[in-house]
Every structure is written in C-alpha cells, then in structure tokens.
Write a protein of this length. Sequence first.
Length: 256
Amino acid sequence: MSLAIDHVFVFIGPDGPEPEALRRLGLSETYRRVHPGQGTANACFAFDNLFLELLWLTSEDEVRSAPIARTRLWERSRWREQGACPFGIAVRSDLAGAGVPTWNYRPPYLPEGMAIPVATAGDDPALPMVFVSPGTQAPAQWPEERKGRLQQDAGFGRVLSVQLGLPARAASAPIWHALAATIPSMDVAPRPEGSYRLRLALADPEGQHTHTLDLASTAIGQWRLSLIDEGLLQRSWQRAWATLGLRAPEGLRQKL
C-alpha cells in the first residue's frame, strides 16, 4: 500500500519570525488555527498535495495534561533544550496497514468518538511524531474558501518530495524502514547531533522541480529559511560557457 503525506509540522517559538519569513519568500499563508485543549496553534502554508504547518505552544498546562502528554508535544516544543525532534509527519491512510504500530490519540478539539492514530515509535521524543491526519483530502480538493489560491501566486503546485534531516540515531530508527516502501516521496538523511533540516522539493504548475524550500535549525532554536532556485546553477554554467563563446557539452548539461 502507498501512503500520501498530508502535512509536515515544524515547531517554532511563539511569535517566531518563521511565518513572516515564508511570506517574504513569496509564499501565501493559507490559514491559522488554535487547538483548544492541546495547547498549540499553527500557521499553515498549503501546496496542491500537502501543507507545511508551523506549530507553536500556547499553553504549557494543556500540552502537559494527561490526554496530550503521550504525544510529547511539550518536549517537541522545547526541542533545543529537551533534545526532542521538532517534526511531525501526518499521512492520509492507514499506518497500521503499513505495519506501523499505533495508539489512539483523542485531543479535546476532536468530535466525540474520533481519534488520531499515532505511531508508537513517537513515544521516543527523539523521533518525529508520525500520525494519521484527521483530514482525508489534499489541499487542492479543499473548498475554495479554505484553500484560496494555495501557492499559485508564487508559481508552485505540488511538493514532489520531502526530506527530513535528523540526528543519526533518529535517522536510522526502524520506523523509517517500515515507511520507506509506502511513502516513496519521503527521504530521511542523517545530520549532526542536535541539528535538524526539512527540505521540500517544489514543482511549478507543469510539475517540473524548480525550487527547494529549505528549513535548517539554528543554535538559538529558530529556523533559517531559504528558497533555492534549482535552475540557477545550470543557468550560471551555461552563461559561463557562453561568455567563452562555447556551448556546454550535452553530457555536462544533463548532469547539471
């Protein structure tokens, strides 16, 4: 079976600069939401097939309460001090069917009788929180009043792939072996201890990979955000050859 990524969350500080930084890069904020009883709030930036959720703490009492504590959201919100992972991966499908053991999370904001299956691997806060999204539709299928223009104004459609950069122990955890075959668009790469990175490969409306959105952790617990133009290097090499009155060899242009 194949699992689709619904969204990726990244913990930021309350009133952190990251939402404004994304807007300065040309992305459009799709919506914000408060999670009553969970002690968190978010700002979401939606693409055609998934969205990026910037998540922050609003109430330490709520996030450390009995119904919420097992998610380790409190530790994740203090990832720099606690050595916890600041990421979460939500999928649209059945984790148990992919061979991933889960437990049922029932936050107060969900309707009575509804639960969110969460991978038990996330009991270790050094690993991302992997869970099944309550939502079943990609952003492109949302009602017009909710999705707005997505990232059309920035020239982006789908997210082609998601790469998580995690410390070596977390990057080699067994859960990634279970998910490798079911989420082909996700990759996990080892990083130095205490260092985290998220990279989203962005496609233009025609489906071509044109840019990469890069979020890299910093020593002060914030994120350095950049939007990398994947065609810039190729164009630079082509200009260099043209300056010499030459045309870049076909093999070299293919590698670029």
